[in-house]
Write a protein that binds this ligand. Structure first.
Ligand SMILES: Nc1ncnc2c1ncn2[C@@H]1O[C@H](COP(=O)(O)OP(=O)(O)OP(=O)(O)O)[C@@H](O)[C@H]1O
Ligand SMILES: [Mg+2]
Length: 459
């Protein structure tokens, strides 16, 4: 797949010759004439790399580079420096340019620099990706935020201990099913069966025979003896999903079985040992259900021995880019597509949205968007309206400013610094949370902290 190179220079001859040469090398090229246009083109076209002159009218290359580092810290930028412009070259490197081409340059030199910079980004991404996957050890559960890391730690402990009951709590679509499967797949019971049942799926009497099994003739339809899930999952794991919905009568029966570690088939007289580990999951707060009198407190304590909280997606927005990347890669494989990613603007919107349906909703959105996508980069306009709209409202009602400018004016830098400090104090220095309060990315926050002197801002 050809990668897109953005060439930014005010000299037409340089633009033309670079585009011509890089085009022959198989790259797609776009060219613009100053820093301002460059920033716009990056937002719109999400190029893989930028080649930019330093001295240009309207907005110079150093200013544009500074802005790019803030909005798009991983985008490789190669600066084209004029003869003798050593100082700007040093400044550019300090600002994170991936390299510079001193004028006059050979066109082969230019394409070599582009190839090298792109290769470096690819390697960095791959290494990062592999490292985080290795780190968690749970390849199918994507996430590297602190809350997810804590959850992986708990999961790793469960690999060695055989726990009779685990309770997984989390909003709908957070990945509770994945967690339950991972506990079975990596735990001491992985060689035996994994059975699951949704507690909302069946009426109470059918649920009972499904779980405990029944003897022939126990009721009208019981023509044969049937083993229940407790028996089939012996030595393995039985996953009871939506446990909060279990009818009261069944709650009593389940509690009895768990306490005695044995049960009987419906209509049976023989005791059968309960040898399955029981994993339960709920998207309601079981504690609230207990308080409301809908869930037995004694059963709650039985199930709550090892509780696992799966965090909502809005509490770990930093995982969104990685999740999106994984979903896009999967879709590329199954649909034979070559979608490369999202533009910075689109990613910003995805990270602002509240995601009431959590990862399931994100996955659906990515899927829908990729299927309908005309190009290779997801742009803001490709996203469903609910996501675009919510991004606008969190920006302050589409332009309405919540602050009134005093007559005498303000010192904007001081206001900015003040808000930054307040956000960091309020979140006890948690940068992701502070960035959310300010409606900016963590990178933008870091950049400002550095600008104001991290100590002053983070006190
Ligand atoms: N951390 C994650 N990494 C990758 N995919 C995930 C992750 N979490 C959830 N998913 C995906 O999101 C979808 C929903 O996950 P899952 O069914 O496990 O959610 P759930 O918490 O059980 O939801 P519900 O309460 O509605 O049953 C699945 O397609 C799953 O593969
Ligand atoms: Mg589920």
């Amino acid at each position: 797949m050809s990668e897109c190179v953005l060439v930014c220079d005010d000299e037409e001859l340089i633009r033309w010759s670079l585009c011509e040469h890089l085009g022959q090398e198989g790259y797609r090229t776009i060219s613009v004439t100053n820093g301002k246009e460059c920033l716009e083109a990056v937002r719109e076209h999400a190029p893989a790399i930028v080649l930019m002159d330093i001295k240009m009218p309207v907005m110079d290359g150093i200013t544009a580079l500074r802005a790019l580092r803030e909005s798009d810290p991983d985008l490789p930028v190669i600066m084209i420096t004029a003869h003798g412009g050593v100082e700007s070259a040093i400044e550019a490197t300090r600002l994170g340019a991936s390299g510079y081409l001193p004028k006059p340059f050979d066109l082969r030199e230019a394409s070599l620099a582009v190839r090298r910079a792109l290769e470096e980004v690819r390697l960095k991404r791959e290494v990062h990706y592999l490292r985080t996957r290795e780190h968690s050890g749970y390849a199918e559960i994507v996430g590297e935020s602190p809350t997810m890391r804590r959850m992986f730690e708990t999961l790793r402990r469960l690999e060695r201990i055989d726990t009779p009951t685990v309770l997984i709590q989390g909003e709908s679509g957070t990945g509770k099913d994945l967690v339950a499967r991972a506990i079975h797949g990596r735990g001491p019971r992985r060689a035996a069966n994994y059975m699951e049942i949704d507690c909302t799926a069946l009426p109470e009497h059918l649920m009972e025979s499904e779980l405990f099994g029944h003897e022939r003739g126990a009721f009208t339809d019981a023509r044969t003896t049937k083993r229940g899930l407790f028996e089939v999952a012996a030595g393995g794991v039985l996953f009871l999903d939506e446990i909060g919905e279990l009818p009261m009568g069944m709650q009593a029966k389940l509690l009895r079985a768990l306490e005695n570690r044995k049960f009987r088939r419906v209509g049976g007289v023989a005791d059968i040992a309960l040898d399955a580990a029981i994993i339960t999951a709920t998207n309601r707060s079981l504690r609230d259900e207990v308080k409301a009198g809908r869930f037995r407190e004694d059963l709650f304590f039985r199930l709550h021995v090892v509780p696992i909280e799966v965090p909502a997606l809005r509490e770990r927005r930093e995982d969104i880019p990685m999740l999106v990347q994984v979903f896009i890669e999967k879709l590329n494989r199954t649909l034979g597509r070559t979608v490369r990613g999202t533009s910075a603007g689109a990613m910003e919107m995805l990270q602002r949205y509240r995601w009431p349906g959590n990862v399931r909703e994100l996955r659906n959105v990515v899927e829908r968007t990729v299927i309908l996508l005309p190009g290779e980069i997801i742009q803001p306009s490709d996203l469903p309206p609910e996501i675009r709209l919510s991004a606008e409202t969190t920006r302050g009602g589409g332009g309405a400013c919540p602050f009134v400018l005093p007559e005498e004016g303000v010192d904007l830098e001081a206001v900015e610094r003040g808000l930054l400090e307040q956000a960091l104090t309020r979140t006890s220095g948690n940068q992701s949370a502070a960035a959310r309060l300010l409606g900016i990315t963590r990178y933008a926050l870091r950049y400002r902290m550095e600008k104001f002197g991290a100590d002053g801002a983070a006190k």
